[in-house]
Design a protein around this ligand. Structure first.
Ligand code: SF4
Ligand code: SF4
Length: 92
């Protein structure tokens, strides 16, 4: 999926990996930010359905999902928050 507003800073990937592994390893996070051909940044969200990467656990135990908390672009924060909320609703 692609959302306007993401600047490809990879902070969300970085903090997600810290949540899962206790270290900064963006390539192992539940989010992948790619570089699109048109200068945009498509995002892949791993929720365990494809067996790849560690599945998003909605930042279990934390008050606010780290990807939302630390996203550096306010506009994209809302998108991330919506994705995490939708995922949470899917699991209820
Ligand atoms: S809510 Fe999911 S994708 Fe976001 S930082 Fe937490 S585990 Fe990663
Ligand atoms: S932290 Fe926000 S702006 Fe940075 S790559 Fe992730 S979604 Fe995009």
């Amino acid at each position: 999926m692609f959302y306007d507003g993401c600047i490809g800073c990879h902070v969300c990937e970085t903090v997600c990996s810290y949540h899962h592994l206790g270290r900064f390893e963006p390539s192992s996070s539940s989010i992948e930010i790619k570089k699109g051909s048109e200068g945009n940044y498509p995002m892949i969200f791993f929720n365990g359905k494809d067996g790849k990467r560690v599945s998003c656990d909605l930042c279990r135990g934390l008050e606010e999902p780290l990807c939302v908390k630390y996203c550096s672009k306010f506009k994209f924060k809302k998108h991330l928050s919506d994705i995490v909320t939708a995922e949470k609703n899917n699991r209820l």
